[in-house]
Design a protein around this ligand. Structure first.
Ligand code: CO
Length: 214
């Protein structure tokens, strides 16, 4: 018995390999030698927001971590390991947190609905709501409130990144990595820069600023 759905993917792969090889015969041999991506992307798992396609970049360009609602949670050893490798070994110059309007995770966190096991993950997003409830509660239109919540969630994840001690260590010795917050619009495919880039711990609450102990 064949599984048609998987066959679709395998056939798609074959034609992709053919197309890429036609355009660039040494593409795979070159990439197989190693990766030197300039970017780390922390995005949502949503199938509609694939990092390389929407930025028109090729394999090898972006180191990627995706999870529900593009979260940076300091007890999540998965995301922290990805960030650590990207910063310490790959020496990426830019870390991008990319949210997207209409994010199911963010909208679920805004609601009072139960989602079972997922509630534990969504709790971290609810914490973002609590931090910004003055502003968010002031937006009567629920769709508009959801859009602002998506943006504020990206802002908080950028802050979460800048609180990581091994990122602050990099800033002690150089200017990289820069951390950026972007939001993707599903309706038109456009990425919006929230213009909150940071590469220093200076703006952080002092309790999050690490100092080197002599
Ligand atoms: Co999402």
């Amino acid at each position: 018995m064949t599984n048609n759905s998987i066959d679709n993917l395998l056939e798609g792969n074959k034609s992709w390999v053919r197309n890429v090889t036609k355009m660039s015969p040494a593409f795979f041999q070159d990439l197989a030698k190693g990766q030197t991506p300039e970017y780390l992307w922390i995005g949502c798992s949503d199938s509609r927001v694939p990092a390389t396609e929407i930025t028109n970049t090729l394999p090898g360009s972006i180191f990627v971590q995706r999870n529900i609602a593009n979260m940076v949670i300091h007890t999540d050893s998965n995301v922290l390991s990805v960030i650590n490798y990207a910063v310490k070994v790959l020496k990426v110059k830019h870390i991008i947190v990319c949210g997207h309007y209409g994010c199911g995770g963010v909208l679920a966190a805004m609601s009072n609905n139960k989602f079972g096991f997922l509630d534990n993950w969504l709790m971290h997003i609810k914490d973002v709501y609590r931090l910004h409830e003055g502003e968010l509660d002031g937006i009567d239109d629920l769709e508009e409130r959801g859009r602002r919540f998506v943006e504020l969630n990206v802002v908080e994840q950028v802050l979460n990144l800048s609180r990581i001690s091994f990122i602050q260590e990099e800033w002690e010795i150089g200017e990289f990595p820069y951390i950026h917050g972007l939001v993707y619009s599903l309706e038109d495919g456009v990425l919006h820069d929230l213009e909150i880039s940071v590469n220093s711990k200076d703006g952080l609450h002092t309790v999050f600023q690490y100092k080197n102990v002599k």
